[in-house]
Write a protein that binds this ligand. Sequence first.
Ligand SMILES: Cc1cc2nc3c(=O)[nH]c(=O)nc-3n(C[C@H](O)[C@H](O)[C@H](O)COP(=O)(O)O)c2cc1C
Length: 221
Amino acid sequence: MVRFGCDGKGAQMSEAGAPASSDEFDCFDLALLTRAERYKILTGAVIPRPIAFVTSLGPDGLVNAAPFSQFVILAVDPGLLGFSVGPRLAGSHPKDTLANVRAAREFVINMVPEGWEDVVQRASDEHPADVSEVDLLGFRTTPSTRIKTPRLSGSKIQFECVLDQIVNFGDAPNHLVVGKVVAMHVKSGLAQDCKIDPKAYSPIARIGGRNYVRLGDLVKA
Ligand SMILES: Cc1cc2nc3c(=O)[nH]c(=O)nc-3n(C[C@H](O)[C@H](O)[C@H](O)COP(=O)(O)O)c2cc1C
């Protein structure tokens, strides 16, 4: 615990030099953690995260599917979505999604409906590049309208994207894949005047580890 101290040496100090550790807070200096610990504490804190279930085209037209919860709207004008691809746990070659997107310059982000928790988790297992998670896990696909990469049937909202840019962050590094949305598919009846009914939509989100959450109470501010 001492190792997590905010003075960089072990003791937990405030900016003024007084001990920062109190009954109320533990202060973590992220630089003193291992990579695995940093990952655990950051992904446990920034929750809930929506999940981009990304389909991409591999060599020979193989359809790859993998979930990414470091996922964000980067711009509205035009619509740009980004997800961050980290390094593999073992080996130095890029994750299949990153390699595919670099080559094909397009992908689909499929939002994840309730009931897909287990299958999304299994899609994240590392498979060789010549194994399609779509075939392996029994997904059905629907052709896209503006790109070649297919969408996942059963997902209630899908974004067809063309690659805008890939930006590197950090030392590992993480690659932020930015896609321009060229077509957005919303299940019939979900949107009225572009307002999406969140209850009917009900995507799942990821919290720490293998845990997911569903939408709970809606609170009006
Ligand atoms: C719900 C969920 C969210 C994930 N989010 C990310 C993420 O944001 N970035 C990342 O690099 N890996 C993430 N992963 C791990 C990847 O899905 C995993 O590395 C996968 O094997 C990559 O597949 P690919 O090689 O086919 O691209 C996540 C896994 C799960 C289960």
